[in-house]
Write a protein that binds this ligand. Structure first.
Ligand code: PEP
Length: 255
């Protein structure tokens, strides 16, 4: 399976950034699936600029309801209509800034799936939780309660203390927590959990991406700050291991 490299622009970017960034995303074939997640107002412009490109578009949140009196919120179906195919849900900044709970995230995941969007569900511990030896427990609990029955999408492990700080966990720590996440996914979703991509996020840069993306159970990256610069984002994507070649059918070998 190709790795997924998703760029989370957060509350950054302008209409005038779209053309050059979309051209960069479309320029070179990549061994990964590239996803750019700009602020809501830029989605439709990006969708137009990415027509014919293999790169995909994502949003940074959606509401749990299909429509209604929710000032300032956006429905999943409108995101899909604007051209998004992915949506980031449960990012730690939304959990902190907007008090989103695991139950809120699970409801949003259901709404995203109903609208045909692919959710990227975030989880991750605070520094205090890691120092207390509780990182795996916290992440397990977040996922158990944030992923509804029938979940189909991606998970992003993003230690909160690594977001925007330039610090990352050791590669051994990333591998250990991704293995724990895999175990949760397999237990919770026996039919699909083994294949759910698990992205790493938190200060991924061109200089550390190759090591992180080569770790077992790392299926790509969710990139914040470094995704704002197209050259850095593409350098991260280029350092992902290529997807394994498809297996050759026995019948083809026999002929
Ligand atoms: C993020 O917020 O999703 C993120 C990974 O940010 P950064 O890469 O800037 O740490």
């Amino acid at each position: 399976m190709r790795q997924v490299i998703a760029g989370n622009w957060k509350m950054n970017g302008k209409f005038s950034d779209i053309a050059a960034y979309a051209a960069g995303l479309s320029a070179a074939p990549m061994p990964v699936t590239l996803v750019v997640c700009p602020p809501f107002p830029l989605l439709a412009g990006f969708a137009a600029a990415l027509k014919g490109s293999e790169a995909a578009l994502g949003a940074q949140d959606c509401h749990a309801n299909a429509s209604g009196a929710h000032t300032g919120d956006v429905s999943a179906s409108l995101l899909a209509e604007a051209g998004a195919s992915y949506v980031i849900l449960g990012h730690s900044e939304r959990r902190a800034d907007h008090g989103e709970t695991n139950a809120d995230v699970a409801a949003k995941v259901e709404a995203a799936l109903a609208a045909g969007l692919i959710p990227i569900v975030c989880c991750g511990e605070t520094e205090a939780e890691r120092d207390a030896g509780e990182a795996e427990h916290v992440v397990r609990s977040q996922l158990t309660h944030s992923l509804p029955p029938g979940f189909a999408g991606l998970v992003a492990y993003e230690p909160i203390w690594a977001i925007g700080t330039g610090r990352t966990p050791s590669e051994a720590d990333v591998a250990a927590i991704h293995a724990a996440i895999r175990a949760v996914l397999v237990a919770q979703f026996p039919a699909s959990g083994a294949a759910t991509p698990i992205l790493y996020g938190g200060s991924v840069k061109p200089g550390n991406a190759a090591g992180l993306l080569a770790l077992p159970e790392v299926g790509g990256a969710l990139v914040g700050g470094a995704s704002l610069n197209i050259a850095d984002f593409l350098a991260i994507a280029a350092s992902a291991p290529a997807a394994p070649a498809p297996a050759i059918a026995a019948s083809a070998l026999a002929s």
